[in-house]
Design a protein around this ligand. Structure first.
Ligand SMILES: [Zn+2]
Length: 316
């Protein structure tokens, strides 16, 4: 089967023929129908983050399972037995093996899935459209749900970055709360879409924005983290989702009084069920463009350069 493999950071993915996966025990082999390209894939290719190599990348995967039909892959492949799994936090499992990271992922024609409990019927959703729900859709959902205690009344929200995850964040903020939303985003087209998706204002990163009760940093560089902290109000909450490798100084005097700062990592199985339900009921919408798997490196370049409006999805 054709697969796109990362052999070494800083090099393009190699398109190569690999042996067909063979299922044993609880495993299933999925015909991949779509795999989203995430900014974290770019970070892996660039060597900023990542697991053992060589690796077939791709963690936003939808596919077809013989006898079942089209399914979405929950990517927190957990053991189901550790303390975090028992708390329903499968994405934090101490033995988690994410496809496209710790084990081979979906930039391929077939995917070996360890257990059918990680597969969720699409219920009529187009797999190409559904693939980004497995990360962008569910990561945004979990972060906004965790921020609900701060999203009371007409709370003010600052969203930094309005790309693949941002498009979902804005819709969940509107669905679950009634905040005033400002967006900082360098790309003009994405700013325009942010306004259509529910932002009250959208400006370039250097434009002034009011301080906010809730800040979501979807980029995570030094510059965005420092902006996020600077614009956070006392008692407010800052959620860091972007894996841009940035750092902020943490100390009693360097954060607003009684502020809450946390990361939000992917989502639980229950989070993914909720997102699929919202998508199946047509309550959320999102932008997808497609590219053939053979053009994976061009797709990664487009994500790296910020040319993608929403998500780009590879089709084998
Ligand atoms: Zn576990």
């Amino acid at each position: 089967m054709l697969a796109a493999v990362l052999h070494a950071p800083g090099h393009p993915l190699a398109l190569e023929q690999r042996p067909e996966p063979v299922a044993a025990g609880t495993q299933r082999v999925l015909d991949v129908r779509a795999a989203g390209v995430c900014h974290s894939d770019v970070h892996m290719v660039d060597g900023r983050i990542g697991g053992p190599l060589p690796r077939v990348l791709g963690h936003e995967i939808a596919g077809r399972l013989a006898g079942i039909g089209d399914v979405l892959v929950y990517p927190g492949w957990s053991d189901g037995t550790c303390e975090y799994c028992l708390r329903g936090l499968e994405q934090l499992c101490t033995a988690v093996a994410e496809p496209g990271w710790a084990v081979d992922g979906g930039f391929a024609e077939r995917l070996l899935v360890p257990h059918p409990r990680f597969l969720f019927p699409l219920g009529g959703l187009d797999p190409v459209r559904a693939a980004p729900l497995a990360d962008a859709g569910v990561t945004a959902y979990r972060a906004v749900r965790r921020l609900l205690p701060w999203l009371v009344d007409r709370a003010s929200v600052l969203v930094i970055g309005a790309g693949g995850v941002g498009q979902f964040v804005l819709q969940y903020l509107r669905l679950f709360a009634n905040p005033r939303i400002a967006v900082l985003e360098p790309r003009e087209r994405q700013r325009r879409r942010a306004l259509e998706s529910g932002a009250d204002q959208a400006g370039a990163p250097d434009e002034p924005v009011p301080k906010a009760d809730v800040v979501l940093d979807l980029v995570g560089t030094d510059a965005t983290l420092s902006k996020a902290l600077d614009r956070l109000r006392p008692t407010g909450a800052l959620a860091i989702l972007g894996e841009g490798g940035g750092r902020i100084r943490l100390g009693f005097d360097s954060i607003p009084p009684e502020a809450h700062i946390f990361s939000s990592l992917w989502g639980t199985i229950e989070d993914l069920r909720a997102v699929l339900d919202l998508a199946q009921r047509g309550e959320i919408d999102w932008n997808v463009e497609t590219a053939p798997l053979s053009e994976v490196n061009e797709a990664l370049d487009r994500v790296r350069s910020g040319a993608v409006d929403g998500r780009i999805v590879l089709v084998p």
